[in-house]
Write a protein that binds this ligand. Structure first.
Ligand SMILES: [Zn+2]
Length: 471
């Protein structure tokens, strides 16, 4: 039990100073001058917000942040996989790192679209689960699956393309996910398994249908990439003769517990389908900029009534896990897309998208996402005396539009404190730093063999001139 005293919370268009009690992991009461239950925390000059959701990332990409070449997604993925860490210890450390950076930038939940080590799929999931349990962040582990090889993710264009079969069968892949659900899916303990086919570009209908079946049987959320690039838009047309959204609707993948990362290249009819199926868009603005994918039409989504939340995406396409940065860029980026400033995202709307928007996407808005008595206590306390939040103006404006640095004073997940005085209480971050340092080295340019093999075809189908200069 805890009581946070004299803390600033947001009210309709203003702020109030209140006390907040947490009992049995839930918010018990919010009002002025409450009795102290359990441990008292001084909320003076601090802002309390519901924890945010880092609603799409890939933790093991942390090992390649800062080094990836300037390439569009399809070629970038080829480079990424050529140098992917196939090492459980690295999976463990990057999951810890992703969790820590998420917590220190206001997130209390993470959706990890987790890249699996071939042949050690369940071990990879077990390792990430262990890391998230140790840190104490609420984890939504979405094992990334596909049943087609990487080259199938590119449109064929005029040419006849053949692709290697994927190394693991669709049935075997679905069995791995079902076993992961049996072993690790424990929502009451803050660990959730999601079905997460990577996207239409590398998955057959059989895989999507198997995932829908598992989702229904075990009550699992669904996650996927969707129309991140122009190439995927073309590919969907080649594969289905309609848009990817129309196809996903037809096979029944879209629902009120389906979150879709990116959603950059959708038309108005697609947007109406997302609204009608109550699907959620996860906006990853930094990744979309870094890979040149485009600007997702977020203001259109909001006007159509589509739920939107934010993700950092993996650290190889970002190259950080700073959720406050994603929220800032993901809000103001869209001002250049619509001259009607009444549509622009305000800092308070951005905070709601990052908290309640995430909870809605994962179908737990009745349990998380706002400071409401009866909801789980996933809370973040920001220090308003931090230099980056001064001088004093509107606290939420400073937090969203500023460049907040080390501003998280405390955080709780399910009522359990995981950050105190700006430091993790659950793991030793100095040891983590040392391990990340020891297991890496300063590097410069690398040569990706797969990029060399597929680049000419990519340039041709995307209408780019082939020259010898690149690579
Ligand atoms: Zn992604």
């Amino acid at each position: 039990m805890i009581t946070i005293q004299n803390v600033l919370i947001a009210t309709d268009n203003s702020y109030a100073t209140v006390d907040l009690q947490v009992v049995d992991g839930k918010i018990a009461a919010i009002a002025a001058d409450l009795d102290v239950v359990g441990t008292a925390f001084d909320g003076n000059n601090k802002l309390l917000l519901p924890g945010f959701f880092n609603a799409h990332t890939h933790s093991s990409e942390m090992w390649q942040r800062g080094i990836m070449s300037a390439l569009p997604l399809e070629l970038w993925l080829a480079e990424l996989y050529d140098f992917a860490p196939l090492d459980l210890e690295k999976v463990y450390l990057s999951a810890l790192g992703t969790a820590v950076e998420t917590l220190l930038s206001g997130g209390t939940s993470v959706v990890d679209h987790l890249v699996l080590i071939p042949g050690q799929e369940l071990e990879t999931i077990a390792t990430a689960t262990r890391a998230y349990r140790e840190v104490g962040i609420r984890a939504f582990i979405a094992p990334l699956i596909q049943d087609e090889s990487l080259t199938a993710g590119m449109p064929s264009g005029e040419s006849a393309q053949t692709h290697e079969p994927y190394f693991r069968s669709t049935v075997a892949t679905l069995e791995i996910i079902e076993e992961a659900v049996r072993q690790f899916h424990r929502p009451d303990e803050g660990v959730n398994i999601l079905v997460a086919p990577t996207g239409i570009q590398l998955c057959t209908d059989a895989l999507f249908e198997g995932c829908i079946e598992l989702s229904s049987r075990y009550n699992l959320c669904r996650h996927s990439h969707l129309l991140e690039t122009r190439a995927q838009e073309k590919l969907a047309e080649e594969k289905y003769g309609c848009t990817a959204v129309e196809h996903l609707k037809r096979i029944g993948y879209l629902s009120d517990r389906t979150t879709l990362a990116h959603c950059v290249h959708l038309n108005d009819a697609d947007i109406a389908i997302l609204a009608e199926t109550q699907s959620t868009v996860v906006h990853n603005p930094l990744s979309n900029l870094r890979l040149g994918s485009g600007i997702a039409p977020i203001l259109k989504y909001r006007q159509a009534g589509v739920n939107v939340t934010f993700g950092c995406d993996g650290a190889s396409s970002n190259d950080s896990q700073d959720l406050l940065e994603a929220i800032k860029i993901g809000s103001i980026l869209h001002n250049v897309t619509d001259s009607d400033y009444q549509h622009w995202i305000t800092p308070r709307q951005a905070v709601e998208m990052a908290s309640l928007g995430g909870a809605k996407g994962l179908n737990i808005a009745d349990k998380l996402g706002s400071l409401t008595p009866g909801k789980q206590a996933d809370l973040v306390l920001y220090d308003l005396t931090n230099l980056s939040l001064l001088p004093r103006t509107d606290p939420i404006g400073l937090l969203v539009l500023g460049r907040p640095t080390n501003v998280v004073n405390s955080a709780w997940v399910n009522g359990k404190q995981v950050i105190a005085d700006g430091k993790l209480t659950t793991i030793n971050v100095d040891e983590l730093r040392q391990e990340l340092f020891n297991r890496s080295q300063w590097e410069t340019k690398r040569k990706s063999q797969t990029v060399a093999q597929i680049e000419a075809h990519y340039r041709t189908v995307m209408g780019l001139r082939n020259t010898k200069k690149h690579g």
